[in-house]
Design a binder for this molecule. Structure first.
Ligand SMILES: [Mn+2]
Length: 349
């Protein structure tokens, strides 16, 4: 994957320097914990320290990019200075303060963040394939977990087991800390799994995802464990699912994120549930689990074909239960296409 030239063209600068790991991975397709990618009109270079040089040379040997060993960041900055670069594009919000201070003394800085954000939001076929695989694995692991979910299991054990199953199915990692919430804990949207044990007659909320080739999936399912579901729970579940499906049907390319959010929010309002929908409808998904665009009442960004984002309406009754139903989706030919295939009707185990 070579996005260096494409990104550099958008920068209006003499050179572009990128250290943040996610942005570096986007430029080169090479995931690494340390390094700098430098691009100008003549060349692209991957600077790394001696510890990583061998791995970088191996990974990038047939690529567009040269690998150089740098002692420290100063030697990288000096190299760029030696090329007579005046205006340098850097992701300003991602620099440490000392880096910023050093760089601004040597170069006129321009912010590369907006160009990265826009470019990264529209996925290539290669990126879509990785996300599709990450979604497929997450769903497969979920199916395997359902067969094993038993009374007495703790939330933490369930979260760990789900992560194990995703890796067993081929994921390189989870894409964020798995949420497993039983009973009233489901009413906390970002509950941290604890030693609460699963009992009959409890809702179960699972929010999870995994990484494949550096790209994330994100999915939430809420189900009822043991016995007949509480009537209020089943009723609210139906409303959240309807909000989810309306959003899927009506979101289209050319719409702003806030208008997408309003589809679900307005429906929940008609059911007098909007005040319990305490977060946004969705967020972009890619190398990062949360990225541009934002589907929230403040989302001004316009949705485009090739964008990947979550649709995740949720309703939370404090101290009682919470319900969230989330798919990772893409926009294709102007319409929403879900990566997920599992049935979302209320599951009673
Ligand atoms: Mn999400």
């Amino acid at each position: 994957m070579d996005n260096t030239k494409k990104l550099f063209r958008g920068m209006k600068a003499d050179g572009m320097l990128t250290e943040a790991a996610d942005l570096r991975a986007y430029l080169t397709g090479f995931e690494s914990s340390f390094g700098f990618v430098y691009t100008d009109a003549q060349e692209s270079l991957f600077f790394t320290d001696p510890r990583y040089a061998e791995g970088a040379k191996e990974a990038l040997k047939h690529e567009f990019i040269g690998v150089m060993v740098a002692k420290n960041e100063d030697s990288v900055f000096d190299y760029i200075k030696s090329k007579k670069v005046k205006k340098l594009a850097v992701p300003l919000e991602r620099l440490t303060h000392p880096e910023y201070e050093k760089l601004r003394r040597k170069f006129k800085l321009t912010d590369s963040t907006p160009v990265f954000r826009e470019a990264m939001s529209v996925k290539s076929e290669e990126e879509l394939d990785k996300i599709a695989k990450a979604c497929e694995i997450a769903e497969r692991a979920y199916g395997m977990l359902l067969a094993e979910l038993k009374e007495g299991m703790t939330e933490n054990e369930t979260a760990g087991y789900l992560e194990y199953l995703m890796r067993k199915c081929g994921a390189q990692d989870r894409s964020f800390e798995t949420i497993a919430a039983f009973g009233r804990n489901s009413s906390v949207p970002h509950h941290a799994p604890d030693d609460t044990r699963l009992k009959s007659g409890m809702p179960v909320l699972l929010d999870f995802g995994c990484k494949v080739g550096g790209y994330c999936s994100d999915i939430t399912r809420t189900l009822w464990f043991g016995g007949k579901p509480d009537e209020e729970f089943a009723d609210v579940y139906g409303s959240v699912l309807k909000a989810h499906e309306l959003a899927k049907e009506q979101i289209h390319a050319g719409m702003k994120g806030k208008d997408a959010d309003a589809i679900a929010r307005n429906y929940l309002q008609s059911r007098e549930l909007d005040k319990f929908f305490t977060h946004s409808l969705g967020h972009g998904i890619g190398i990062n689990i949360h990225e541009y665009p934002t589907l929230s009442p403040k989302g001004e960004g316009v949705l485009k074909d090739g964008m990947v984002f979550s649709i995740e309406p949720g309703v939370y009754f404090e101290g009682k239960f919470g319900i969230r139903i989330e798919d990772s989706v893409r926009l294709e030919n102007g319409k929403v296409v879900s990566f997920m295939k599992s049935d979302k009707n209320l599951l009673v185990l």
